[in-house]
Design a binder for this molecule. Structure first.
Ligand code: GLN
Length: 285
């Protein structure tokens, strides 16, 4: 007798298959892909565990499974990644938003509490997840996302439209094309050292844009360029905040400490207790 596939059995099979392929998040990935293919959310999947899966759904699941088995990220297969309150459109033109970056958002929102009509620059906006989240959370803010990649800006614009959030996007190498002064300059720059890139998971290495990852020999090239530009574009008392790698706290804060225009330079840890971002305040001088 031919086997009848149910959501339960196909989930079980897919999860084991991913596990054998060396995918750490095998169960979660199987759930996300299968739920999407049959038009349910993850809770629905468990509620309808014994529901049979028809042939056309199985064909779609099969194509998703094959792609994931080649290490294509789930976010690319589904063209979607949740960040803060929204699902962002993503594809291989941009970095996939990471949950760690939400910790910078949290910091900025707290910091902005007493500011009226702030101007915010998001440098290397990629999918636009930072600029759009801040614009959405802080309705009086003027947010501008900068990116050197035309392709990334297309994705950011698409997200602004899909989510119906207003933010401007400008093609610019870091802040080169920025005009005027900002209350907040935020960035998740490429900060991975070039020789570490070949050791990254194939999901990242083969599918995410090198431009969004590669920070030069020690990973700090962009940060070294960004800091003096940010000094020129921050209001006195304005906040510079940027993401770093787990081992870059001392070296990245050192770069800031070299400028007398910056004070209160601090290294912040993420929820996993790793160095994750730097903050500094523009002096009045
Ligand atoms: N700002 C985007 C993000 O945080 C892209 C960052 C990047 O491309 N390095 O996801």
């Amino acid at each position: 007798m031919q086997q009848v596939w149910t959501l339960r059995s196909i989930l079980q099979w897919t999860s084991e298959y991913f596990s054998k392929k060396g995918i750490d998040s095998h169960r979660l990935d199987a759930e996300l892909l299968i739920a999407h293919a049959v038009g349910l959310d993850r809770i629905g999947l468990y509620r309808d565990f014994d529901r049979p899966v028809n042939e056309s759904e199985r064909a779609l699941i099969r194509s998703y499974v094959q792609r994931r088995a080649q290490f294509e990220p789930v976010a690319h297969i589904l063209n979607s990644r949740g960040f803060w309150q929204h699902d962002f459109y993503v594809d291989n033109r941009v970095l996939i938003p990471r949950p760690e970056t939400e910790e910078l958002i949290e910091y900025v929102l707290k910091w902005l509490k007493d500011h009226i009509d702030p101007r915010i620059a998001d440098v290397g906006t990629g999918s636009g997840c930072i600029a759009l989240t801040l614009a959405d959370e802080c309705k009086t803010a003027e947010c501008i996302g900068f990116d050197v990649s035309e392709e990334a800006l297309e994705v950011a614009q698409k997200n602004a439209q899909l989510l119906n959030i207003k933010s401007d996007f400008v093609k610019s190498d870091l802040l080169e094309k920025a005009e005027g002064l900002f209350d907040v300059i935020i960035s998740n720059p490429p900060y991975i050292a070039s020789d570490v890139i070949p050791t990254l998971m194939p999901d990242v290495q083969q599918y995410e844009p090198l431009l969004a990852l590669d920070g030069g020999p020690d990973g700090l090239d962009c940060i070294r360029k960004l800091v003096p530009q940010a000094i020129d574009h921050l209001k006195p008392g304005g906040l510079l905040i940027f993401e770093i790698g787990y081992d870059q706290g001392p070296s990245a804060s050192e770069i800031c400490l070299n400028y007398k225009e910056l004070k209160e330079v601090e290294i912040h840890k993420d929820y996993a207790k790793q160095d994750r971002f730097i903050t500094a305040i523009r002096t009045d001088a």
